[in-house]
Every structure is written in structure tokens, then in C-alpha cells.
Design a protein around this ligand. Structure first.
Ligand code: CMP
Length: 142
């Protein structure tokens, strides 16, 4: 994986606690360029579609409920080796396993309300970016 683009969500719990600013600051301080960004409130159908890959998991309905509980921030980030670099910056899915200084260690409440999402592959970064940004093609071609 050495693409230049990744996709992130700042999740409802972190938005509610006014962590948008601090999280974006960490993202910028670590050399990510914010290529596209918006604040929105997912519908049930959108959250189900976005997390469809987890449909069979026991936490699926709770995850969908949590992701629709309030507004989120979605963004496309650019940096060399973006997916891997961003996953390092956010830390482990379970914040109790996340390294000191990572976004999840600093701002997550639980494995479900884990402050941020980050794409796990270059391919998914494009799929997830396109889910939210209809004109995002131009960003992926740069
Ligand atoms: P995210 O990066 O958004 O990708 C899938 C999400 O499912 C993950 O972050 C967590 O919020 C959630 N998740 C993953 N594993 C569990 C789990 N064991 N229990 C509850 N939620 C989980």
C-alpha cells in the first residue's frame, strides 16, 4: 500500500465532545493535507450501507445506531503512504490497546465509539471516499 489518499470519519461521540478541532489539528500536524471535508448526519440506510461489510458481526446494529446518533465529519486526507500512516496515527480499533499519543488513545470512549474511522486499504479509501464525495474522482487522480 503506497497510495496518497485515505478516508476518515470523526464519529458522533467525538463530534459531540467538541473534539473536531483537536483531531483535525493532530491530522495536520502529522503532515496530512485535508483534500475534502464535510459535516453531516448519516441516515440509518447510509450507515448500514457504509458498514455493510460488518453485516454479519454481532456489533453491526449497535454500530449503525452509534454512527447515526449525531453528526459526523467525513474527510479525504492526502499524504505519501496515507492509509498506513493514518492507521498508525489513529491507533488500534480498541482504544484500550491503542498506543499513547494516538487519536483513539486520546479521544475514544470505547471500541465502538472509537473517535475515528480510517480506511484499511488503498482500495477501500477510494470506495469510502466515493461513498461521500461524488466529485472525489479528481482527488484520486492527482
Ligand atoms: P471502524 O474503523 O469504523 O470500522 C468498523 C467499526 O466497528 C470499528 O471502527 C469499531 O467502531 C466497530 N467495532 C469493531 N470491532 C468491534 C467490537 N468488537 N465491538 C463493537 N464495535 C466494534
Amino acid at each position: 500500500m503506497n497510495g496518497k489518499i485515505t478516508f476518515t470519519i470523526i464519529k458522533p461521540g467525538a463530534v459531540e465532545k467538541e473534539f473536531i478541532g483537536p483531531i483535525l489539528n493532530i491530522i495536520n500536524e502529522n503532515g496530512f493535507h485535508i483534500v475534502a471535508m464535510k459535516l453531516l448526519h448519516l441516515t440509518q440506510a447510509e450507515a448500514e450501507a457504509f458498514y455493510a461489510v460488518h453485516k454479519e458481526r454481532p456489533f453491526y446494529s449497535s454500530l449503525v445506531e452509534s454512527m447515526t446518533s449525531g453528526p459526523i465529519v467525513v474527510a479525504i486526507l492526502e499524504k505519501d503512504n496515507a492509509v498506513e500512516e493514518y492507521r498508525k496515527l489513529i491507533g488500534a480499533t480498541d482504544p484500550s490497546q491503542a498506543e499513547e499519543g494516538t487519536i483513539r488513545k486520546l479521544y475514544a470512549e470505547s471500541i465502538e465509539a472509537n473517535a475515528v474511522h480510517g480506511s484499511d486499504s488503498d482500495e477501500n479509501a477510494i470506495i469510502e471516499g466515493n461513498f461521500f464525495f461524488s466529485t472525489s474522482d479528481k482527488f484520486f487522480k492527482s
